[in-house]
Design a binder for this molecule. Structure first.
Ligand SMILES: [Zn+2]
Length: 173
């Protein structure tokens, strides 16, 4: 489900790039101030992602959705936690991916090449693609651990655990 939209706090540019690669509409600027993040999240119905406890508290007070990341969590654990909280799927389908730089939807220009219509950056499935798939696979196994932990605490079981083999990656079709 690609309908969830995000706004990512400064210092979390890497998280923003990964969300875009997975196809999620994600705003990011290291110049966003807190008041602006809150305003955009409210008017555009975006989930805030931050490491700042102050911003987290202000978001919750206003009734906004906000995900607070640990200061020391790496990209795998960050993505797993974001998916756990927002119920997004962690998968990559290059035909639905967004430009990591500017968030625009990519345009396919040939069999193995995509281009950003806005900033003109080119994308192709090179060696890096395997690395991307590996991170997604690791993040999914962390996500399953989080869901299992939650289920064993007696909270309402998340239906995703029962699915068994949820598709991890949409490979080339
Ligand atoms: Zn772009």
């Amino acid at each position: 489900m690609l309908s969830q939209k995000f706004i990512v706090d400064a210092m979390l540019g890497r998280v923003a790039r990964w969300l875009r690669i997975m196809g999620y509409d994600t705003l990011y600027s290291n110049k966003f101030e807190d008041w602006k993040i809150l305003k955009i999240a409210e008017s555009q119905n975006r989930i805030i992602i931050t490491r700042d406890r102050g911003l987290y508290r202000r978001s919750i007070k206003r009734g906004l959705k906000c995900i607070l990341l640990n200061a020391d969590s790496d990209i795998v654990h960050s993505l797993a936690y974001i998916a756990y909280k927002s119920k997004i799927d962690l998968s990559v389908n290059i035909d639905a991916t967004r430009c990591a730089i500017c968030n625009s939807l990519l345009k396919k220009v040939s069999e193995n090449r995509w281009v950003c219509p806005k900033c003109k950056k080119e994308y192709w499935k090179g060696k890096h693609w395997k690395t991307i798939e590996e991170v997604i696979i690791k993040a999914n196994s962390e996500l399953i651990k989080l869901e299992e932990k939650n289920a064993s605490r007696g909270a309402s079981a998340n239906p995703r655990i029962k699915q068994g083999n949820r598709s991890i990656i949409n490979r080339d079709s």
